[in-house]
Design a binder for this molecule. Structure first.
Ligand SMILES: [Zn+2]
Length: 81
């Protein structure tokens, strides 16, 4: 199930709650392993210029409208990728 839900975080897909029809607001609990390119200036200030997700496990997706965790499905986004 979490593999299917992880697709909802990718471009071209979205979550939909079968309980109430919500497609816009969800609480997502996930563990993500990433490689990030941190770019610092000589003063030590920095920001992330690039991020690659190496591994992602979605533990739960909760609908913000009705609170259900068991009704959230993944579907194609109408906006596309
Ligand atoms: Zn809902």
């Amino acid at each position: 199930m979490s593999e299917q839900l992880a697709r909802g975080l990718a471009p071209g897909a979205r979550f939909r709650c079968d309980g109430c029809g919500n497609v816009t607001r969800f609480d997502v609990v996930a563990t993500t392993r990433t490689r990030r390119y941190h770019h610092f200036d000589l003063g030590g200030a920095g920001h992330v210029e690039d991020e690659e997700v190496l591994e992602q496990t979605v533990e739960s997706v909760t609908c913000r409208w009705c609170g259900r965790t068991d009704a959230v499905q993944v579907e194609s986004s109408p906006a596309g990728a």
